[in-house]
Design a protein. Sequence first.
Length: 362
Amino acid sequence: MRVMVTGGAGFIGSALVRHLVLDGGHDVLTVDALTYAGNLESLNPVHDHPRHRFVCADIRDAAAMRAAIGTFRPDRIMHLAAESHVDRSITGADAFITTNIVGTFTLLEAARAYWHGLAPERRAAFRLVHVSTDEVYGSLEGGPGSGGAFQETTPYDPSSPYAASKAAADHLARAWHRTYGLPVIVTNCSNNYGPYHFPEKLIPLTILNALEGKPLPIYGKGENVRDWLYVDDHARALDLIATRGRAGATYNIGGGNERRNIDVVRQICAVLDQLRPAAHAYADLIRFVTDRPGHDARYAIDATLLETELGWRAQENFDSGIMRTVRWYLDNRAWWAPLRDAYAGERLGLYAPERTMRQASA
């Protein structure tokens, strides 16, 4: 199987590439623009593998997408390239609009032209998997396990510029299936965690700040709830969906691990107390900071369709997954230390309306 992965040097994308090459034995073309969140070091396990090749290209570049697809001639395209960090979208939405919406349109058009030129049997087998997020659904109420979860039919209600741009991209992907017949599948996943995670997200930021004795910032009171999915479980789900999923379908992917942010941070601290004891309890570093604008209260995924139709099950629970994640960061300083030089953990996503208005009127 020949698989093209956009955004394959990112966190989830690189996990998928490693799985496809090392576990699946597929020929993989990784396409990535190598922005701040793309890191070739995350592809080191497949760097010299004969089944893997890499192209540095932007999904907004139509000529580059046509060339990559036409040269590689994939059986599947797994589309993960996106601007994905909510805090950055609050103060810099333009990149999210152009990459997530215009870039998805550009890729869909390149894929459609290629697909139309395939022989009938290859056209029937071709799939384009568009990877999205549970954030397009908006916010749920209550604490962990309080009832209600996002289903594939849940109406979209995005809160952040990031979520809105992904919602728009999802609509484009479905429209290209309904209008042109392009065999697209949309997936919506819950919060991912695991190795190779860029250190501005909650879990890696907490681990690295704790190791360096820095404050552990938590938005608001830490009561926001997320459903945590170990990244390798997500990669296995995407491979399964591309292999056996129905064209035109949507599949939600969730770990079934709802946790309040404060409880996630406390659990990381407890693991570090065990694995790397310090002179103080790591939880002493916890600090509550001003909440993020438009911060959704709770996400929870109902993955029943994926589990019953395709037989997928998460292999990691949160306890096992967070232990594996902390151990990986302890053992892989060479991967994350250069990233800390570029991003030391400073607060992102602070919104100052009065400053924005002054800039607009200047």
